[in-house]
Design a protein. Structure first.
Length: 158
């Protein structure tokens, strides 16, 4: 039996909203961990090895925080890639908070990331593509079958 691949899905909407997509992932041989905020995502990515991250763009810093902004996903991606944000990107509270946290597990620094978000902004999308060329950005609601095709393409041969 083939080893299941691990996915970290970061989205404050919670997994109940994505039951169909989660079942498609499971049927395709994936185990999915969930993070509702940046704090949970950083803890997971610092300790566990993943094959892929599904990342929302707008989510809170922690469970006790109501602060969210459109750069949350972008900042988490910069942290994951161990890169500083580009000139012109807002620094904000989340980036300062991320700088004080553990580094991502080395295997996770290069894993594919797919954005799944109900938010769309050309400036933010350009910043995402600058740090991760070829990144896939899906609008919510996501098409589960298209998501699996994209994941299969990203992980082919890995």
């Amino acid at each position: 039996m083939a080893k299941k691949r691990r996915v970290l899905w970061v989205d404050d909407d919670g997994k109940d909203r994505f039951q169909y997509e989660l079942s498609v992932l499971e049927d395709s041989g994936f185990t999915t961990d969930w993070a509702l905020d940046a704090e949970e995502a950083l803890a997971s990515l610092s300790k566990e090895a993943y094959d892929l991250v599904l990342l929302d763009q707008v989510f809170p810093i922690g469970k006790d925080s109501s602060y969210k902004d459109v750069w949350s996903g972008c900042r988490l991606l910069y942290w994951l890639r161990s890169e500083p944000p580009p000139a012109g990107a807002p620094q904000g509270a989340l980036w300062a908070w991320l700088l004080g946290k553990n580094k991502p597990k080395s295997k996770n620094r290069e894993i594919p990331v797919i954005i799944i978000s109900g938010f769309q902004d050309d400036h933010v999308d350009a910043a995402l593509r600058q740090i991760n060329q070829g990144i896939s950005i899906f609008p919510k609601p996501v098409d589960g079958d298209e998501l699996i095709r994209t994941i299969d393409g990203l992980l082919k041969g890995k």
